[in-house]
Design a protein around this ligand. Structure first.
Ligand code: PEP
Ligand code: MG
Length: 553
């Protein structure tokens, strides 16, 4: 049994597949003697046929745009020129099969790049086919997320945002990483795809490939080769609790429960889970794999697809939060020594004001064409001047309700002044915790510091809640803390007026809130905020809320 942090709920069992290591350039100094060259040539021919076959099977199973992309790759793999040129290199110069394919594939890619325009767009496809054929010859997995016809658990040291995005629609049923923290984007995407996930699981990459594991995303455990009884019992315990679409406390006080989404598919899932609206639309998730900036029209289409399922309801759209651990290639990220403290979120507009203005224009157009109530907010705000500038730009673009995220201690401490400028705030606890505790949210090793129960964090949330109450303006929480059923009453007691979380979490949080009154929440918040440490805060809240009607306490 391995232990880590459960960051996305659910229980599944399936065989382990390890994330493919990056393909290293085959050594050009190794040569093959004349007697062995025929074997190298046939290795190339077989590998090209096998790759084309696999791509054909995947093309048949795919639809829409992915079908067209796969079919184009299949044609490249079947290209007789590629095989003929690689064969010639083996025969004439004694190159090994992988080296010959590497050289020919790379040369084709260079030629396409030099042609520019539409031809240059094929470079990545050519390199992909080159790597597929080499991986086939060497009998190793492709770099990145493996493709499998059967369900599998993906185990990796860590995953890049693009790797996790590639999981959508595949056969991966759970994620396990050795690094990563509970608020890393691996964890966030796993939650949005509904994949159980455990991060910071020391020793996970040592689990032999193909062994069956039981991943418990609630308990944060990975059991190797579990018995059938153990698998069944764990599944029963992790069932999703349905949400009836009305968040409220036991005394009738209404507490809207909203969903965090990253695109159209999430929005549909959230609407089906009866989320009362969207409390955080992470717009950057629509464009993580884009090399060029999306046009205004493309953005309008992406935003409308999220607004559509929430007709008549509130959708809080966050402007691009690029930078730090979510670099967007088209924002031209510069290498930074401390990217979490660098040019990310709203700060990007200092460099590229047009990018923000285009996004606001697209949002305003999408809002006009749909009937959801659109609100817009900026990430990573530290000063009142930044908030004022953002509000002005939003209003000029035609957006009415404007807010900011509270993610920096500075913004939390300036909440009263911020409320004089904005219509609402939403507390991003993932970043607020990392900046308050000075602990990188991606480091599993510092998970104890990256804990929203830390009293310093709770006191900042309390200060924001009180400022919101004084101003008569809403205070949301949209960080992962909002989905913790034990913490939700404490947040409400701090003055928070809505909670936004992954769709799967709605039912559990609703059940926790339905069992407590506002006065219970207030007392729990007071007790937790006065504690001296995170564990003490948990225990203090539990003591106040202990209630036979509430199974959580
Ligand atoms: C947060 O920081 O809590 C938040 C919601 O934003 P993100 O996780 O996307 O940084
Ligand atoms: Mg954030």
């Amino acid at each position: 049994m391995l232990r880590g942090r459960g960051v996305s709920p659910g229980v599944v069992s399936a065989p382990v597949v390890l994330l493919g290591e990056p393909l290293v350039e085959p050594d050009g100094a190794v040569t093959v003697g004349p007697a062995d060259r025929a074997a190298e040539v046939s290795a190339i021919e077989w590998a090209a046929v096998a790759v084309a076959d696999r791509l054909r099977r995947r093309t048949d199973a795919a639809s829409g745009e992915s079908r067209a992309i796969l079919d184009a790759s299949r044609l490249l793999a079947s290209d007789p020129e590629l095989v003929a040129e690689a064969t010639a290199l083996v025969q004439a110069k004694g190159r090994t099969a992988p080296r010959a394919v590497w050289e020919v594939g790379s040369a084709h890619a260079r030629q396409l790049a030099a042609l520019g325009g539409r031809m240059a767009e094929r470079v990545a496809d050519v390199l992909d086919v080159r790597d597929r054929i080499i991986a086939e010859i060497l009998d190793v997995d492709l770099p990145g997320v493996p493709e499998r016809d059967e369900p599998f658990v993906l185990v990796a040291r860590d995953l890049a945002p693009a790797d996790t995005a590639a999981l959508d629609g595949g056969n991966c049923v759970a994620l396990v990483t050795e690094d990563g923290g509970p608020t890393s984007h691996t964890a966030i995407i796993a939650r949005s795809l509904g994949l159980p996930a455990v991060v910071a699981a020391a020793g996970a990459t040592g689990i032999p490939a193909d062994s069956v594991v039981l991943v418990d995303g609630d308990q944060g455990t990975i059991e190797v080769e579990p018995s059938a009884e153990v698998v069944e019992a764990a599944r029963a315990a992790s069932a999703v609790i349905a949400f009836d679409g009305c968040g409220a406390l036991a005394d009738g006080e209404v507490l809207p429960l909203l969903a965090n989404v990253g695109g159209a598919a999430d929005a549909e899932t959230a609407a089906a889970a009866r989320a009362e609206g969207v409390g955080l639309f992470r717009t950057e998730f629509c464009f993580l794999d884009r090399g060029d900036a999306p046009s205004v029209d493309e953005q309008v289409a992406a935003y409308r697809a999220v607004l559509g399922p929430f007709a008549g309801r509130r959708v809080v759209v966050r402007t691009l939060d690029a930078g730090s651990d979510k670099p967007l290639p088209f924002t031209d990220p510069q290498p930074e020594e401390n990217p979490a403290l660098g040019v990310r979120g709203l700060r990007l507009a200092r460099r590229s004001p047009q990018l923000l203005d285009d996004q606001l224009r697209a949002l305003a157009a999408a809002a006009r064409q749909e009937s959801a109530h659109v609100e817009v907010m900026a990430p990573m705000v530290a000063t009142v001047a930044e908030a004022r500038g953002f509000v002005e730009r939003c209003r000029s673009a035609g957006l009415e309700r404007v807010g900011v995220m509270i993610e920096t201690p500075s913004a939390a401490l300036l909440a009263a002044e911020l409320f004089a400028v904005v219509d609402f705030v939403s507390i991003g606890t993932n970043d607020l915790v990392q900046y308050t505790m000075a602990a990188d949210r991606l480091l599993g090793e510092l998970g104890d510091l990256n804990d929203p129960w830390q009293p310093a964090v709770l006191r900042l949330i309390h200060a924001v809640g009180q400022a919101g109450r004084a101003a008569g303006k809403p205070v949301g929480v949209c960080g992962e803390a909002a989905g913790d059923p034990a913490l939700a009453p404490v947040l409400v007691g701090c003055g928070v007026t809505s909670l936004s979380m992954s769709s799967r979490g709605l039912g559990r949080v609703a059940a926790a809130l339905a069992a407590v009154t506002h006065e219970d929440c207030r007392r729990a918040a007071e007790a937790a905020c006065s504690a001296s440490g995170a564990e003490e805060a948990r225990a203090a809240a539990r003591r106040v809320l202990a209630n036979p009607e509430n199974p959580l306490y």
